[in-house]
Design a protein around this ligand. Sequence first.
Ligand code: NDP
Length: 297
Amino acid sequence: MAETTVPDLVLNNGITIPALGFGVFQTPPEQTITAVETALETGYRHIDTAAAYGNEREVGEALRRSGIARSEVFVETKVWITDFGYDATLHAFTKATGKLGLDQLDLLILHQALPGEFDLTIAAYKALETLLTDGKVRAIGVSNFMPEHLTRLLDAVTVVPAVNQIEVHPYFRQPEVLAADTEHGILSQAWSPIGGITFYRDSGHTSTLTDPVITEIADGHGKTPAQVMLRWHLQQGRQVIPKSVTPSRIRENFAIFDFALTDDELAALDALDTGKRGGPEPEQITRENFGMAIPEA
Ligand code: NDP
């Protein structure tokens, strides 16, 4: 089994998380065990799943099959909006750990804010605080929170989120959210770090993978566009969670610790920002629009 070469980042409560993790959004359950096993064999030690992805059970099965000690793998999952509310979110933890086959989670985050029902969002977060106090989770956080959502949350709760998982790739950088995260001591986790959302759905973007600026930088290093984008995040202090079901790409995305981008190259990638998101607008998330129920088991 490959030795892991991934540096750790320290969360605001002292817990460490590998700087590179493995995402499983849109990985079908029937492909998840193999994908996660391949990632673990490659050396990834952080898996990012979610109740809404429908593959927590298979992530747990891959962890068991790997034979790697539980303490060596950082497991993160997310509470979906239909499970928001104090008691409902406590129960969401029970559902998630039941599917994963784990007693404790390393990181549990709210998948979205519900801007129109922020009291419910706060109640959900307070349940995360209780789970943290009870030692059921080692860290708690949020996802897709805009600066105003962070402000509203922090006015009402005690524990500053450890992470904010947001869309960041060269075509959508969200500098104002990154700045708010930094200001509050929150680690920014980049979702769609290689711009997946620019090419797996019609987001109005061309693919980051064929961008001439990115491909030229990649060629100069003898690396791929995906590897360059991942380096860009790491060198700017963001945690990344690229997804793939393709073994060669799972390995490619891991081979990013043997080169470095220059300041000019980082700036050239920054300059690709279009200000246009590929994913849903966080302010428009409602239970009516995105109200899928999370099964009990
Ligand atoms: P990514 O930027 O990770 O891109 C994934 C896509 O890129 C897949 O189509 C994959 O194809 C392809 N791919 C992966 N590696 C390479 C490579 N080296 N070269 C070419 N193509 C490649 O996008 P995601 O949206 O999946 O984001 C990553 C993770 O972030 C998710 O899995 C999830 O964990 C999280 N996420 C969180 C969200 C949130 O709201 N909090 C929203 C979206 C994602 P293939 O699999 O076929 O190899």
